[in-house]
Design a protein around this ligand. Structure first.
Ligand SMILES: C[S@@+](CC[C@H](N)C(=O)[O-])C[C@H]1O[C@@H](n2cnc3c(N)ncnc32)[C@H](O)[C@@H]1O
Length: 237
């Protein structure tokens, strides 16, 4: 019998896999220094604002939003302003230090922002949301976690809700940084190149893909992508 992703036993990551991004997310001196838009702009080759603006276009005021993984810079606060006081914003992260950093950063700014310690690849879906954001998370995850995160994202949506994935993509053949990125990924981001080879909707296993409409927009000669899966309003069918 084929097991669904929820039934599968959790497989602990090998130490070397778990450690790839630890230096970035678990060292207070490093993440405090890097938590600014200047750094995020640098690592997104100047596309940070464009990506965040494109994300905000998908989110209506007063929405109930879930985000998988905290981010650096102003991405989260831009979403919090976008949803306004009547929306809610829940962010889950599997690193307690990141949760603490963000709670401290936003505790006096937004009272509708809530942080939870949970694994995006393996969390209990207790509530459905109008939008689920997966911002620059997929490229950090090994293939099975990518499948689980995409499935959890889709399964957490209300009818008519949107899953918004923003991440790396396969740059155009003539992109001046294509081969640099390839080398960088092979050295430091071993799970990023899979997003060059496979489309994000192909990770949607164990869900009825026909229940969703998929759109994809690319940025920076194909370096980045925004993929939006909108859940059909099944109540109106
Ligand atoms: C969403 S990514 C974004 C980082 C990126 N550099 C940025 O700011 O655009 C990083 C965050 O995701 C979290 N994370 C990684 N794997 C996760 C998982 N399986 N479940 C929940 N959070 C995860 C990390 O702890 C970190 O806080």
């Amino acid at each position: 019998m084929i097991q669904t992703h929820q039934q599968r036993e959790f497989v602990p990551l090998p130490v070397q896999v778990a450690g790839i991004y630890d230096w970035l997310y678990s060292n207070k001196d490093i993440y405090s220094f890097l938590d600014n838009d200047l750094f995020v702009n640098f690592i997104t080759l100047g596309f940070h604002k464009k990506l965040v603006d494109s994300l905000l276009k998908e989110i209506k005021p007063n929405s109930h939003v879930l985000q998988l993984g905290c981010t650096f810079g102003l991405q989260m606060e831009n979403v919090a302003y976008q949803i306004d006081e009547d929306g809610t914003y829940t962010i889950i992260d599997n690193n307690k230090k990141q949760i603490k950093r963000c709670q401290k950063k936003y505790e006096f700014l937004f009272n509708n922002m809530k942080f939870k310690f949970a694994d995006a690849a393996n969390f209990k879906i207790e509530q459905k949301f109008d939008c689920v954001i997966c911002y620059n998370l997929l490229h950090e995850l090994p293939p099975l976690s990518k499948v689980n995160v995409v499935c959890n994202t889709l399964n957490s949506l209300n009818s008519g809700g949107k899953a918004i994935f923003i991440d790396y993509h396969n740059p155009a053949k003539y992109h001046p940084l294509r081969y640099f990125m390839r080398m960088f990924n092979r050295l430091y981001q071993p799970f990023a190149e899979k997003l060059w080879e496979r489309s994000i909707d192909s990770y949607a296993q164990n869900v009825n893909v026909a229940d969703y409409t998929w759109t994809k927009t690319t940025f920076g000669l194909g370096m980045y992508q925004k993929v939006v899966a909108t859940k059909r309003n099944l109540l109106n069918l």
